[in-house]
Design a protein around this ligand. Structure first.
Ligand SMILES: C[S@@+](CC[C@H](N)C(=O)[O-])C[C@H]1O[C@@H](n2cnc3c(N)ncnc32)[C@H](O)[C@@H]1O
Length: 217
């Protein structure tokens, strides 16, 4: 029974489910996380994650939380609007024997934010591009990070704009409610900086940008 309170999250839950989720897990077991996610994990681990707490929002099958726990993080709260991704991440946690360090929270993070509280590191890997209200999602989630706040989201370039237009047309034709959202980097960054953060790491490939922000002292 769904406990999702917004249409965007209902569409997200239905999109990241079933065969799509299983296929992604199979790929992950074979070749690990996506290249951009590997860059983010490496950047976070370089900062030393021993004993830190993590809040992984939209972590999906869990590349970030599983790797950070193995690198020494003490615990991870995983908030996700996809029930199937949560189920897969639980399986992976059991496979790696560290389930006791993970807690799972199904729903729209915005509804869960108060209950989940803060963490040393907060991550949103390819999440804000699935969500229409970037400002609320980023404002609330960045206010919960005490040390580092990390995002991966698409670059706003002509080719990514084309991909988004065609992708969303396809989803509409197929009758899917899911849409990709391109959020201009400056708008995203203004919200994060408003919560007292500055960039400490940046990487991009042709599609994605990986940004880690550190809390200003
Ligand atoms: C494109 S997938 C990325 C999954 C994973 N981070 C990865 O890179 O493989 C987007 C994820 O964000 C989640 N998501 C999107 N909006 C969310 C929201 N408002 N609250 C919680 N989870 C959300 C989806 O359920 C999904 O797991």
């Amino acid at each position: 029974m769904s406990t999702l309170t917004c249409d965007t999250c209902v569409a997200v839950d239905s999109f990241f489910s079933g065969k799509r989720a299983k296929k992604k897990y199979k790929k992950y077991l074979k070749s690990g996380a996506d290249q951009s996610t590997k860059k983010l994990i490496a950047a976070l681990i370089e900062n030393d994650v021993e004993g830190i707490t993590l809040l992984d929002i939209g972590g999906g099958l869990g590349a970030i939380h599983h790797e950070l726990i193995e690198a020494g993080a003490s615990s991870a709260k995983c908030a996700d609007a996809s029930a199937d991704y949560i189920a897969i991440s639980k399986t992976e946690g059991e496979r790696r024997n560290h389930s006791e360090k993970l807690s799972y929270h199904y729903g729209n993070y915005i509804d869960l934010a108060e209950e989940l509280g803060s963490a040393d590191i907060v991550t949103l890997d390819k999440v804000i591009c699935c969500f229409d209200d970037m400002k609320e999602l980023v404002a609330i989630s960045s206010s919960k990070a005490t040390e580092l706040y990390a995002l991966i989201f698409p670059r706003n370039k002509w080719w990514t704009r084309l991909i988004v237009i065609f992708g969303n047309m396809m989803f509409a034709l197929l009758g899917k409610g899911f849409r990709i959202h391109l959020h201009p980097e400056k708008e995203v960054e203004a919200v994060v900086e408003g919560n007292g953060f500055e960039r400490v790491f940046y990487y991009n490939n042709i599609l994605w940008q990986v940004i880690v922000y550190g809390k200003k002292v």
